[in-house]
Design a protein around this ligand. Structure first.
Ligand SMILES: NC(=O)c1ccc[n+]([C@@H]2O[C@H](COP(=O)([O-])OP(=O)(O)OC[C@H]3O[C@@H](n4cnc5c(N)ncnc54)[C@H](OP(=O)(O)O)[C@@H]3O)[C@@H](O)[C@H]2O)c1
Length: 313
């Protein structure tokens, strides 16, 4: 990619979008096109068309989406399906019609069947039922991946799709209502320590296994793929190892310095029993993640402490 290329990062203020901007600026890209949700609502097809017609975009990182944890998916199924279908359809179609050279679409590991063989290979897509708690979002992401494949087949549009595992890092959503498990644990242990609470009760049994990737590692992988990968098959992006929610909670308690009791509430949903991605395709291309979980947690907790006043509520 030419460093003067006009690069649109959709969702640039989100967890992933802000990491992509950091990576691109760090790599010397000096023509980033950034629009806030208020400036450009990607659910507004006409506004998206006007943007692409006016801006002569070369590359697109599609990191804008309606994203949230189990509780939010459960409460707003229609919004998760509709918003993500609209955002990805408008951006992919307008990008192709306005001569964009290459587009990278971001899906998620929840597109794979709930009981897919572990670690999960890209080929297991659409081979079994999805995890019900976030199927609306998953179906939208599968449609997005298929849109990329269809535009490549019918129009030769160079759209690729990355399927990241659970992400964490600076800029994450720490709201207790609709955040993912890792930022929720960081905040809850922090508040328990601050309030001198004797115990923290974690949702679920503590036995599900999860994989986590630092968002700066992801941004590195996405730039790597944008520069070197051009095929219709999706590419998993992960760390390649997982741990139980109990092990994660114990590690978070250590990082935060919480010394009270840790217990679990098995009456709350566990979600998928295990979700570890097979990353051999990406490793085969020569990419390796760098940031170990404990190191990434320290860095993320430091960011949390510095930004408490401006966290997403
Ligand atoms: N977080 C994870 O663990 C994870 C894991 C795997 C894959 N992913 C994928 O990574 C991508 C980014 O996720 P994220 O975690 O970075 O989410 P995020 O932090 O919620 O960021 C999403 C961004 O999209 C923007 N956005 C949402 N709707 C929009 C609209 N209609 N028009 C314009 N902008 C809009 C949001 O702006 P506002 O906040 O102003 O609405 C926000 O800046 C998603 O495709 C997601 O599927 C995330």
């Amino acid at each position: 990619m030419n460093k003067d290329a006009r690069v649109f990062v959709a969702g640039h203020r989100g967890l992933v979008g802000s990491a992509i901007v950091r990576r691109l600026q760090g790599a010397g890209f000096n023509h980033l096109l950034l629009r806030t949700h208020a400036e450009l609502n990607l659910r507004d097809a006409a506004a998206v068309d006007r943007f692409f017609a006016a801006e002569r975009v070369d590359y697109v990182f599609l990191a804008a989406a309606k994203v949230g944890g189990i509780r939010a998916n459960d409460a707003y199924p229609a919004d998760f399906l509709r918003d993500n279908l609209q955002i990805q359809t408008h951006v992919i179609d307008a990008a192709w019609r306005n001569g964009v050279q290459k587009l990278l679409f971001l899906g998620s590991s929840c597109i794979y069947p709930k009981l897919a063989p572990q670690p999960i290979r890209e080929e297991s897509l659409l081979t079994g039922p999805l995890e019900p708690t976030n199927e609306w979002y998953a179906i939208a992401k599968i449609a997005g991946l298929k849109l990329c494949q269809a535009y490549r087949r019918q129009h030769g549009f160079n759209a690729i799709a990355a399927m990241p595992t659970n992400l964490y890092g600076p800029g994450d959503n720490f709201s207790l209502l609709d955040s993912h498990v890792l930022p929720a644990l960081l905040r809850r242990f922090h508040e328990a320590k601050a309030n001198g609470a004797p115990e923290v009760v974690v949702w679920g049994s503590g036995t599900p296994r999860r994989e986590f990737l630092h968002v700066d590692d992801l941004a590195g992988a996405l730039l790597f793929l944008m520069e070197r990968y051009a095929d219709e098959s999706p590419v998993n992006v992960g760390w390649g190892e997982d741990l139980t929610i109990r092990e994660l909670a114990t590690m978070v308690a250590r990082v935060v310095g919480y010394a009270g009791r840790l217990s679990f509430d098995p009456s709350k949903p566990d979600g998928t029993p295990r979700k570890l991605l097979d990353i051999s395709r990406l490793q085969g291309l020569g990419w390796r993640p760098q940031i170990r979980l404990e190191e990434g947690l320290w860095q993320t907790y430091a960011w949390f402490l510095e930004n408490q006043a401006s966290l997403r509520s």
